[in-house]
Design a protein around this ligand. Structure first.
Ligand SMILES: Nc1ncnc2c1ncn2[C@@H]1O[C@H](COP(=O)(O)OP(=O)(O)OP(=O)(O)O)[C@@H](O)[C@H]1O
Ligand SMILES: [Mg+2]
Length: 252
């Protein structure tokens, strides 16, 4: 039997995205292993969101290729990728504010191709897992920020993805809310075996969440390795100089 590459792996090679005059992503390789939690960091404008847009089908690369398991997926639509188990969340949460918490998660499942009956059952399980069961019938718009973010992740999980890409899930959360999100993301990997690629500026959060980190600056990879390696890499410290952000204040 020929060994099949695990469908939870994502491999991007030589990705370039050129907007008018701007090389947003300038030749980046990325490997997300099966069941791995990989962090993607870098100063504002480094190209993180653009890279995730390429991986999730929202942006066609100018050059380069993306493979999921053994399957070449370059240029696939977000919908087709979702049906094959790759889902992303957005930097600014887009919840359906007029739907209830439960309906939001159901809608995610149906959009991902589940029958309504299956979507309902899975939504109830996810709300339970994320501690949102007693919020099920509230308007999603009424949730505090921390629970809104958890709901966004639950909705992304609704169709049973194998790979989840998260763009700044912890932005604006307080420490308690951040801790709850951290636990939820770790549980997704541990319980469902999902591979996670996470963009986030909060280094304290990232140091605790990620097994490996990749650092972009001006569209290129400048460092890659364990959180500890990246945090102390002179190239990374230099990239963050003058940005008003700290990569070092992340102990613990
Ligand atoms: N649709 C677009 N058209 C033109 N330029 C764009 C477009 N999207 C992004 N850019 C530019 O590409 C570069 C990378 O942007 P991107 O949003 O990927 O950065 P980022 O690392 O996600 O930054 P942040 O941390 O602020 O979210 C920036 O210079 C940005 O202005
Ligand atoms: Mg971004």
């Amino acid at each position: 039997m020929v060994a099949k590459t695990d469908e939870r792996t994502l491999e991007a090679s030589g990705i370039r995205v050129q907007f008018e005059g701007v090389k947003a992503v300038d030749g980046v390789d990325l490997h997300l292993g099966a069941g791995e939690i990989l962090g993607l960091i870098g100063p504002n404008g480094a190209g993180k969101t653009t890279l995730v847009n390429v991986l999730s089908g929202f942006q066609a690369p100018t050059e380069g290729s993306v493979t999921m398991g053994d399957q070449p997926v370059t240029g696939w639509s977000p919908q087709r990728l979702a049906r094959h188990g790759l889902v992303r969340t957005f930097q600014a949460v887009r919840l359906f504010g007029r739907l209830t918490v439960l309906e939001n998660v159901e809608a995610g499942g149906v959009a991902g191709g589940l029958s309504l009956r299956k979507a309902r059952r899975r939504a109830a399980e996810l709300l339970e897992q994320f501690g949102l069961t007693d919020r099920a019938d509230l308007d999603a718009a009424s949730l505090p920020l921390g629970e809104e973010r958890l709901l966004g992740v639950a909705r992304a999980m609704a169709s049973g993805p194998q790979i989840l890409l998260l763009d700044e899930p912890a932005a604006g959360l307080n420490e308690t809310e951040g801790d709850e999100l951290l636990a939820a993301l770790t549980a997704i990997r541990d319980r469902h075996g999902c591979s996670l690629l996470v963009i986030e500026h909060d280094m304290r959060f990232m140091m605790r969440l990620c097994e490996r980190m990749q650092v972009l600056d001006a569209g290129r990879t400048i460092s890659i390795g364990t959180p500890e390696h990246v945090r102390t890499d002179p190239a990374v410290l230099t990239a963050y100089l003058g940005t008003g952000r700290e990569v070092r204040d992340a102990e613990g």
